[in-house]
Design a protein around this ligand. Structure first.
Ligand code: SF4
Ligand code: SF4
Ligand code: SF4
Length: 246
């Protein structure tokens, strides 16, 4: 029996699911041969509720999404958070810094009364999550690695060291030396420091490493001339969701 896999979207841009479809051609063909996909709204109309592994994309931002996620958790043997929104709350958490009514009005204007919203939160703020595929969107190699590990019943091996390690291995000159700032020292590696290697900085989309040295990161940013408010702004983009919910 092939394991049955389902993909579900909550609040997000759906880029993670779309990106999953862009896995390398041979890889996706091999995976399609090894699993039954029973629920994937972006690619199929057929939907079944008997699945073994559920991938959750998007953060939880409405009351109705809580019950929906709980139901999926009840049905799935394994639940995987897919992408920054599901893993750490993601950019949706920016709205947590304003009153919910204000956020509703900003998006829906006079129609705000017809919608509900709650502070954005990651999937594991609602139900237990077994595994995480991090990033905005995740890198293909890690998504493929996690799926393959699940298929053979193994725990996926995900890095728990900072992006700086991969950045150094890529031979990049640190952006601090070029007058920019970066969240690489506290962000979990696994992306190959792709943003820095491509000439940008790390915004922390993969979330924090376990036990990050946040004070040291703040000291570095301060040393390079950022005010505490600017530092908070930087951390706000991806990493503060859980703290906001608590
Ligand atoms: S993690 Fe990024 S790509 Fe994925 S749904 Fe959220 S915003 Fe979109
Ligand atoms: S550019 Fe960023 S990720 Fe690279 S070494 Fe410097 S702080 Fe670390
Ligand atoms: S470098 Fe940072 S922002 Fe870019 S993909 Fe990696 S973790 Fe995300």
């Amino acid at each position: 029996m092939k394991p049955k896999i389902a993909f579900f979207d909550f609040t997000g841009c759906e880029g993670c699911q779309l990106d999953a479809l862009n896995l390398d051609g041979d890889e996706i063909l091999a995976l399609l041969g090894a699993v039954d996909i029973v629920n994937f709204r972006e690619v199929m109309t057929e939907r079944k509720d008997n699945y073994d592994i559920a991938f959750i994309e998007g953060s939880i931002t409405r009351q109705s999404e809580i019950a929906r996620l709980q139901k999926i958790r009840e049905r799935a043997k394994v639940l995987v958070a897919l992408g920054a929104c599901a893993c750490i709350g993601g950019i949706n958490c920016l709205k947590n810094h304003v009153p919910m009514e204000e956020a509703l009005r900003a998006v829906y204007g006079e129609a705000a009364q017809y919608y509900d919203t709650i502070p954005a939160r990651p999937a594991d703020a609602v139900v237990p999550v077994d595994y995480y595929v991090r990033g905005c969107p995740p890198v293909h190699s890690e998504l493929a690695k996690v799926i393959k590990a699940l298929l053979v019943g193994r725990k996926p091996d995900i890095p728990n060291y900072p992006v700086c390690v991969e950045c150094k291995m890529a031979g990049n000159i640190c952006v601090f030396e070029r007058g920019m700032y970066c969240l690489g020292p506290v962000t979990r590696a696994g992306c190959g420091a792709i943003c820095v290697t491509s000439g940008r900085v790390c915004w922390g989309c993969r979330g924090l490493v376990d036990d990050p040295n946040l004070n040291s990161q703040k000291d570095i940013l301060k040393k390079y001339g950022l005010t505490p408010d600017q530092i908070i702004e930087k951390f706000k983009i991806y990493d503060t969701c859980t703290e906001v919910i608590k």
